[in-house]
Design a protein around this ligand. Structure first.
Ligand SMILES: *[C@@H]1O[C@H](CO)[C@@H](O)[C@H](O)[C@H]1NC(C)=O
Ligand SMILES: *[C@@H]1O[C@H](CO)[C@@H](O)[C@H](O)[C@H]1NC(C)=O
Ligand SMILES: *[C@@H]1O[C@H](CO)[C@@H](O)[C@H](O)[C@H]1NC(C)=O
Ligand SMILES: *[C@@H]1O[C@H](CO)[C@@H](O)[C@H](O)[C@H]1NC(C)=O
Ligand SMILES: *[C@@H]1O[C@H](CO)[C@@H](O)[C@H](O)[C@H]1NC(C)=O
Ligand SMILES: *[C@@H]1O[C@H](CO)[C@@H](O)[C@H](O)[C@H]1NC(C)=O
Ligand SMILES: *[C@@H]1O[C@H](CO)[C@@H](O)[C@H](O)[C@H]1NC(C)=O
Ligand SMILES: *[C@@H]1O[C@H](CO)[C@@H](O)[C@H](O)[C@H]1NC(C)=O
Ligand SMILES: [Zn+2]
Length: 667
């Protein structure tokens, strides 16, 4: 018996070889089932089923000269009952047509170097717009290639009890690891003898938890698939936005409904999307758009307005109620949108359109609105508030240089709350707002610590102001507030650095003597507003208790580093002219990215620890924090998988349904 078990274990390990070079995500054998094994559903959540039969032409899994058998069956049954054909089980009248496609992949790095690709031919069927209403376990059996089988167990979660919250604000600190929260606290809050005198708003959350960010096909996630997990409750594939990556086609793969879409479909809720990134970026797009390729920006903008199109749609989406952020370039007339300005198109659909903070604040709270304030990402809090000269390089939506009148996260969020609550009150519905501190992640990627932490403090300031505002307008007791991240970066602080001493040394080795650990780390040299009263050294004249430091470039800076970084130099100082560009192309040195000669020339060199084609750092494994306030906050305590976030949101809002519900949404 023992020997048999050992043998079985070895066989299992043998089939799981293709570690980095996978034939297909969540497809252990030659038959793939999407949604795959181990998936949980909210009762009544809409999704697509897709099965594929794959036949590699050669390589370790070669099958029948690359010819998949055209006979395959998909059966499903609830636990304890007989399996039925999928069409019968769901009452699908005509069976899905068989589709075919093909792709190639490399089995490993050796095959890649030799150019020995493995071609794979595929036959597939998709069943669109499925719902499972009865809670419990379901067994799915896919039989193909003359008797091979792939099975999946799906679970429909219990129906919700009474809803706890009417509204939700979902704050995403993109890339925000707990270590960054600790660093931001150190910069912005004063300690006396090791004890904080003031704290972050996040430190006062009613509930605190952690979530694990692994995705379906990788243990390090990108922002598309992790945001999809947070909003659909399904582990997703790399680059997939609420859609499993299973064909070369960006839109044909199987998709899953998000909690925001369910809130709109079943409760007619008002939906708002706010981000400091370009608004077609993965995290905001995960609220309500569906593509297996997150870079389909034009289509994403279209889906915010009209939803998934044609026979793939679940219900008349009728557009987000407000959309605020950057990325005007994706609204301009071009080949992807029939040469039509999307600003004009949204205006024709009844949206107010604004291009700067003045116009944002002037929006009529009762009407829907599109506010796009820059091309590309919005500017960081540090650029806007401490180094405003840098805004001369930020580009306005119309393409002219100098986007000075940009809103921050707080201005966008508070306006969004006013608009959504005004509109919802009139329609007697709830509302859901997604608000993203997107630049924490973008600045961590380029190793720009101070810009990243500035935006983290801006998030904290926004949470504080939002809670106060909700109280003022009488919505605090109705509103669940969740703050979390989609993944972290391997960032941490390990001491302080005497930047003056560091700059004066001439060798890398000597420069490192500037770093003080343990006793030599000393105390924080970042000056908080309380100290200004006494010392008067100011850069940013913050208000007392503002939650931001007034010095961003002190002599004794935090010494810090990352688990993943490109070739770079480090001096721990703040880049005052523009965000950091740690590595650049250097044709003489070879292909890929090398030390940027213009970045921190006085710093010491650090040879990158990733593949040399990476210009920036990458996401990391660390579990990320969850903070929550308001009705339903208690659901977020403890250690969760990222998919649990969606299920907890669904439970708090009471989204689960034991029948197909489509409520009339009032524009
Ligand atoms: C692979 O697919 C392409 C386009 O879908 C098609 O033109 C080609 O013939 C296919 N190749 C094979 C080997 O089936
Ligand atoms: C598979 O066959 C193709 C050509 O038929 C060849 O180019 C490729 O190197 C082969 N791949 C492997 C893994 O043997
Ligand atoms: C749910 O109802 C809508 C509207 O009646 C319909 O279009 C859709 O096909 C139904 N979906 C399912 C899964 O029954
Ligand atoms: C409708 O479904 C068919 C068959 O799956 C597909 O070929 C077609 O592209 C779909 N249309 C749209 C608009 O999605
Ligand atoms: C869009 O403009 C391009 C370039 O001017 C032109 O080639 C193309 O035909 C236009 N497309 C449409 C749908 O008008
Ligand atoms: C805001 O944008 C409008 C329209 O583009 C423009 O007329 C106005 O001058 C802008 N205001 C500021 C303060 O930049
Ligand atoms: C957003 O910011 C990041 C970090 O600077 C940059 O890599 C990315 O290209 C920017 N995207 C756009 C569309 O501006
Ligand atoms: C602090 O600065 C203000 C204005 O910059 C000045 O009026 C005041 O005298 C200064 N206080 C001290 C203690 O230096
Ligand atoms: Zn990222």
């Amino acid at each position: 018996m023992v020997a048999f078990k050992l043998l079985a274990a070895v066989l299992v390990a043998g089939t799981a070889t293709a570690q980095t070079f996978r034939r297909s995500a969540a497809c252990p054998k030659l038959g793939c089932v999407y949604p795959p094994d181990q998936v949980d559903f909210i009762a009544g959540q809409t999704f697509d089923i897709r099965v594929e039969v794959q036949a590699p032409v050669n390589g370790s899994e070669a099958y029948n000269n690359g010819v998949p058998s055209p006979d395959f069956t998909l059966q499903i049954g609830s636990k304890g009952s007989k399996l039925q054909d999928v069409t019968k089980f769901f009452g699908i009248k005509a069976d899905a047509e068989v589709e075919s496609y093909n792709f190639t992949y490399f089995e490993d790095l050796f095959a890649k170097e030799e150019g020995a690709a493995t071609p794979v031919n595929v036959l597939a069927k998709s069943y669109r717009n499925i719902q499972l209403h009865q809670p419990g376990e379901y067994h799915v059996v896919f039989t193909y290639n003359n008797g091979m089988q792939t099975t999946a167990t799906w679970t429909v979660l219990p129906l919700p009890k009474k809803p706890k919250a009417k509204n939700i604000i979902f704050f995403l600190g993109d890339g925000m690891a707990g270590s960054m929260v600790s660093a931001a606290r150190l910069l912005a809050h004063k300690t006396i003898n090791g004890k904080y005198q003031t704290m972050l708003k996040m430190d006062e959350a009613e509930a605190f938890g952690l979530q694990m960010t692994h995705s379906l096909d990788s243990f390090i996630t990108d922002s598309a698939n992790s945001a999809s997990a947070l909003f659909t409750g399904k582990k997703m594939t790399v680059n997939g936005l609420n859609m499993y990556t299973s064909t070369g086609n960006a839109f044909g793969s199987p998709k899953v409904e998000t909690v925001f879409e369910m809130a709109r479909r079943t409760l007619g809720m008002q939906i708002g999307v706010v981000s400091k990134a370009y608004i077609a970026d993965a995290s905001p797009a995960a609220v309500c758009t569906h593509t297996s390729q997150r870079s389909q920006y034009t289509a994403i903008i279209e889906q915010y307005l009209t939803g998934v199109s044609g026979n793939y749609s679940w219900f008349p989406w009728q557009g987000v109620d407000l959309l605020f952020g950057g990325g005007a370039e994706n609204f301009l007339p071009g080949p992807g949108n029939g040469n039509v300005s999307q600003f004009d198109r949204w205006a024709e659909h009844g949206y107010q359109v604004g291009f700067n903070n003045t116009q944002l604040q002037a929006f009529d709270n009762a009407q829907r609105a599109l506010g796009i304030f820059t091309r590309g990402n919005l500017s960081t809090w540090l650029d806007k508030n401490v180094y405003p000269d840098t805004l001369a390089n930020a580009i306005q939506p119309d393409g002219t240089q100098g986007a000075y009148d940009q809103p921050g996260l707080k201005e966008m969020t508070l306006k969004a709350v006013d608009m959504l609550s005004t509109r919802a009150k009139k329609r007697k519905t709830g509302w859901a707002l997604f608000s993203e501190a997107a630049l924490i992640d973008k600045e961590m990627h380029v190793q720009d610590t101070q810009r990243a932490l500035g935006d983290l403090l801006e998030l904290d300031d926004t949470i504080r102001a939002t809670l106060e505002h909700l109280k003022k307008i009488g919505e605090l007791d109705n509103t669940l507030i969740v703050v979390t991240a989609d993944h972290g970066h391997g960032f941490d602080v390990f001491g302080s650095a005497d930047t003056k001493y560091l700059a004066k040394q001439t060798t890398d080795r000597k420069k490192r003597d500037a770093i003080g650990a343990y006793i030599n780390s000393g105390l924080s040299d970042y000056v908080v507003p309380d100290d200004v009263l006494a010392t008067n050294h100011t850069v940013f004249t913050g208000e007392q208790g503002s939650g931001f430091p007034v010095t961003w470039d002190p002599r004794y800076a935090i010494a810090h580093g990352w688990a993943a970084f490109p070739d770079k130099r480090e001096d721990f100082r703040t880049a005052t002219k523009h965000e950091r560009i740690p590595a650049t192309k250097n044709a003489e040195a070879g292909s890929g990215y090398f030390f940027n000669p213009d970045d921190k020339p006085d710093g010491f060199g650090m040879t990158g620890n990733m593949d040399g084609t990476e210009a920036q750092g990458v996401h990391s494994l660390v579990d990320v924090p969850i903070y929550a306030w308001g009705p339903g906050a208690e659901l977020f305590r403890g250690v969760h998988s990222n998919v649990d976030i969606a299920f907890n949101v669904a439970a708090a809002l009471g989204l689960g349904r034991n029948k197909n519900v489509t409520t009339t949404y009032q524009k």
